[in-house]
Write a protein that binds this ligand. Structure first.
Ligand SMILES: [Zn+2]
Ligand SMILES: [Zn+2]
Length: 454
């Protein structure tokens, strides 16, 4: 078997990997780096010159796993794209919204790059989608290779993939995974028998705190902090990813209201694409793994976050919770704009609930607040702003923490472990820890473009 990481493997960027197994060319995910624009955001398919791609497995609809699908399809139009039904629905929505956003940025002049793809390209891609449910062997038209999706516990539709060769070699790709329950979706499921090769994510590998807190404790702390801010008349911004974190947080807020941990009358505001995603979550509630199939995200009352400046001021000046994208507060997004409005007022709060890269506004603000810096520059026009509001981070990740990941690896007894999807120090911790836990295994943390024969 050959393995090549096509995206930057030492980062949470474009996730895409190539495997050659018994003459078949396989691609695992075709993401784009959400922090880059234009061609630099795409996986580098160059190492695959003169190679064939027969099948691609798309594990979930986050941009860092799907944004490069049109480019993959343009290069290998005959490659079939395998995914779960919910991932197909979400991927189509996310790619359409990405095409619109890229076009707008180019016309506005905020990006020098024309859109990488248009709506027609997504229609071409759609023709190559092949949907499969979890736990069913997928016929790849060859007696030498079969595949099976495992529910990965990360978000709606997310999957890990098991590949099995005619020589009984078993390769498992975790993709983004969470072994423990969230509010809407339960923890993932994994192969019950050992695997030969484990390709494993490492997102939280450099996070020593995540494993020290339980979700139940974190929920209580979150509810208490929300209540304190609301009681003093403040507004709370909760920056979220539109897919996954947004719906989980809304479900949690709904539960807090039901249990009267926060005042049931407090308005919750949402906006934009996350509302469409919530609808898809509800549409699939009976056909995908759920903690409670009767729960609907839209049963949690939500107001649309106002568009006009005046109405926004009014909404922010009374106690309320604003669940807005983007999660990392990327410049020009709603969460970035509203953070600048709340930052200078003591009564307000910004509560982070997901992962952020250190060099993006969410990560920078969190760091500045924790290290007691007096101000932060979020926008050059606005200039330096004092940090007066409360800034806190709560751990409601859709990823397993590093000890859960290493425990999963130990259970799967792989002969080879390939660490991907994590910053350099995250993969380094995982490599060292796995070296102790799985002493028999060969462990690799390959660089982008590095060809490995396993
Ligand atoms: Zn993801
Ligand atoms: Zn990811």
């Amino acid at each position: 078997m050959e393995f090549i990481s096509l995206g930057r493997s030492n980062d949470i960027g474009a996730s895409s990997h190539y495997l050659r197994i018994g003459g078949h060319g396989i691609v695992l995910d075709a993401g784009a780096d959400p922090n880059e624009e234009g061609p630099a955001s795409l996986p580098d398919f160059f190492p695959l010159e003169n190679r064939r791609v027969d099948h691609a497995f798309i594990t979930h609809a986050h941009h860092d796993h799907i944004g490069g699908i049109p480019a993959l399809n343009a290069k290998w139009p005959m490659a079939r794209l395998h995914l779960t039904p919910a991932t197909r629905t979400l991927t189509t929505l996310m790619l359409y919204s990405s095409a619109r956003l890229q076009r707008r940025k180019f016309y506005e002049g905020s990006s020098p790059f024309p859109a990488l793809f248009e709506e027609e390209d997504i229609d071409d891609v759609y023709d190559m989608f092949r949907t499969h449910n979890y736990d069913q062997w997928i016929d790849l038209g060859s007696e030498h290779l079969r595949a099976k999706f495992y529910y990965s516990g990360h978000l709606l539709g997310s999957a890990g993939i098991l590949l099995k060769t005619s020589k009984k070699q078993r390769i498992f790709y975790t993709s983004d995974t969470r072994t423990e329950h969230q509010t809407i979706i339960p923890g993932g499921s994994y192969p019950s028998e050992p695997v030969d090769v484990l390709i494993m994510e490492s997102t939280l590998g450099a996070d020593p705190v995540a494993e020290t807190v339980t979700r139940a404790e974190e929920e209580i702390r979150f509810a208490q902090r929300l209540r304190t801010v609301l009681d003093r008349g403040g507004s709370i911004l909760v920056p979220v990813f539109m897919l996954g974190r947004a719906q989980e947080i809304l479900a949690l807020l709904g539960r807090f209201k039901k249990e009267k941990l926060i005042d049931p009358e407090i308005p919750i505001y949402t906006a934009g694409g996350l509302r469409e995603v919530s609808k898809i979550y509800d549409d699939y509630r009976m056909s995908t793994p759920r903690m409670d199939p009767d729960f609907e995200v839209y049963s949690v009352q939500q107001l649309r976050f106002p568009r006009t400046h005046k109405a926004r001021r009014r909404a922010l000046n009374r106690p309320g919770i604003h669940v807005l994208t983007s999660g990392m507060m990327i410049e020009r997004t709603l969460s970035h704009q509203i953070a600048m409005e709340l930052l200078e007022h003591e009564k307000h709060a910004i509560f982070f609930v997901g992962f952020s890269k250190d060099d993006l506004p969410a990560g920078r603000l969190l760091h500045a607040a924790k290290s007691g810096e007096e101000g932060i520059l979020l926008n050059t026009d606005r200039g330096m702003q004092p940090i007066a509001c409360e800034v806190e981070r709560f751990r409601f990740s859709g990823h397993s923490h590093r000890k859960e990941l290493t425990a999963l690896a130990t259970k799967l007894q792989p002969k080879t472990i390939i660490l991907i999807h994590g910053e350099t120090d995250a993969r380094a911790w995982m490599k060292e820890e796995l070296g102790k836990r799985c002493p028999e295994a060969r462990i690799f943390a390959p660089d982008q473009g590095e060809l490995m024969s396993v």
